[in-house]
Design a protein around this ligand. Structure first.
Ligand SMILES: Nc1ncnc2c1ncn2[C@@H]1O[C@H](COP(=O)(O)OP(=O)(O)O)[C@@H](O)[C@H]1O
Ligand SMILES: [Mg+2]
Length: 166
């Protein structure tokens, strides 16, 4: 039974990777964009970063309560929750540890140029598995400095993944 946190910047391929992993491990996957879009897309919060992050936090709490039910039934969980900040990651790492489970942290790395190409591709394809809202160049540039790359000591089970070839 595993708890796997997926982290990485915009369009590194986190959700695509999480879908594959969930299939391989027969795990339950939680992807934050789906939750945020279903719950809040009609609230027009695009320009209010703090309001968005507050809602992401509330989603995280509810997702964890469902994840606990899955874990209770011996199902692994894949947390594709964005995890932009050290704080968000450490909260979930500690929640896992409190259950006696050492979580895995998978960090998908890809250059900004390659990720921008993936944004454009996703905006065009609009594939329902991974596309939830259009990302503009302005949003991409705004989000770039918000991502805090994980450091080795954050998690005992830390895996860096070259997202150009996964
Ligand atoms: N390994 C890959 N090779 C090529 N394209 C990929 C790969 N992984 C994801 N993509 C594409 O890149 C875009 C962004 O992927 P996505 O999984 O939505 O990223 P994230 O969840 O990190 O924002 C999508 O259009 C997806 O189909
Ligand atoms: Mg995603």
């Amino acid at each position: 039974m595993k708890i796997i946190l997926i982290t990485g910047p915009i369009a590194a391929g986190k959700t695509t990777y999480a879908i594959r992993l969930a299939s391989e491990l027969s795990a339950i996957r939680f992807s934050i964009d789906a939750w945020m879009t279903t719950l809040f897309s009609e609230d027009n919060l695009e320009n209010d970063f703090l309001a968005i992050m507050a809602r992401v936090d509330r989603c995280h709490n509810q997702i964890w309560s469902v994840a606990l039910q899955a874990l209770d039934k011996n199902l692994s969980v894949i947390l594709d929750l964005g995890f932009t900040t050290v704080e968000q990651r450490s909260k979930f790492i500690n929640l896992a540890l409190s259950l006696g489970i050492t979580p895995e942290l998978h960090y998908l790395q890809l250059s900004p140029k390659a990720r921008w190409q993936r944004v454009v591709q996703r905006n065009n394809d609009k594939h329902p598995d991974v596309f939830f809202f259009e990302i503009s160049q302005e949003m991409f540039d705004f989000m770039e400095p918000k991502f805090e790359p994980p450091i080795l000591t954050e998690c005992d089970n830390f895996k860096i993944i070259d997202a150009s070839s996964c």
